[in-house]
Design a protein around this ligand. Structure first.
Ligand SMILES: [Zn+2]
Length: 259
């Protein structure tokens, strides 16, 4: 998907479909953040999820059975990431694979995410312009407010956003028009190195260590924090919070301040 295609979606709004009261009840059940968002955003999430669910091939792996709850939980949580881009339904991702729990995978050689080759357990995976794999056990943990920031759905879909303009994951998503992309990249890299330095000096930070392994993981893990622990991220990494707000637009910490 060339970057120009991304901009074709910018600012467009979904067509009007029905949103039933039951849809909004399910939104609140599966996405704890939704109750802080205004009515138009909530409706937009429901409509986006319906289009997303209908446009993907869903496949249960290792005996897992996919039902409506699984599809809605994944789609409604993923919709948080694209509230500013409601027509973007990850067109290059045709298949969503769901495992019951973290699964064994083999790596032929060293790779970015898992170091040396061999067998290891994987929570999820994103292939550039390809399928996304998730596991239901970790998804159920992710959708509760009182976890420490882990959110596998946000993590894997954030990777997909990172890679939609360039299959080489670099932690830089396609940025909105009007934003100084070079400056954003520079500031993002500064935040990445700053977080690494803080940990090297023994400081505890709200971003999981895994996010410090590579800029692409930093973007994915910081995206999890942005939506899952927005107050903490804004308090301890205010510049990073602002950078992510440039892209995601939705300011959940501010929405939660007001209520
Ligand atoms: Zn990752």
């Amino acid at each position: 998907m060339p970057i120009s295609a991304w901009w074709n979606w910018w600012g467009r709004r979904p067509s009007s479909d029905n949103v039933e009261p039951q849809d909004l009840e399910e939104l609140d059940r599966y996405v704890w953040q939704a109750c802080w968002l205004d009515d138009s955003k909530r409706r937009s999430m429901v409509l986006w999820a319906k289009r997303f669910i209908a446009s993907k091939h869903w496949e249960g792996c290792n005996g897992f059975r996919i039902n409506d709850e699984v599809k809605k939980t994944i789609a409604l949580n993923a919709s948080l990431l694209v509230l500013a881009y409601p027509e973007w339904t990850f067109p290059s991702t045709r298949t969503i694979l769901v495992y019951p729990r973290p699964y064994k995978a083999r790596s032929k050689g060293g790779d970015l995410h898992h170091g040396l080759g061999g067998e290891y357990y994987r929570s999820g995976e994103t292939v550039a312009r390809g399928p996304i794999a998730l596991n239901w056990h970790d998804i159920q943990r992710a959708i509760h407010r009182d976890n420490d920031g882990d959110h596998i759905v946000l993590h894997e879909f954030a990777h997909q956003l990172d890679m939609c303009d360039d299959p080489k994951a670099d932690g830089i998503p396609p940025l909105p028009p009007g934003l100084d992309a070079e400056q954003w990249r520079e500031d993002f890299e500064t935040e990445f190195h700053l977080a690494r330095e803080m940990v090297e000096q023994g400081e505890e930070i709200v971003i999981d260590d895994y996010g410090l392994t590579h800029p692409s993981e930093f973007f994915a893990v910081a995206s999890e924090c942005y939506f899952q622990i927005p107050w903490d991220l804004r308090e301890y990494h205010p510049e990073l919070y602002e950078l992510l707000q440039d892209f995601y637009v939705t300011d959940l910490a501010h929405a939660m301040d007001r209520s």
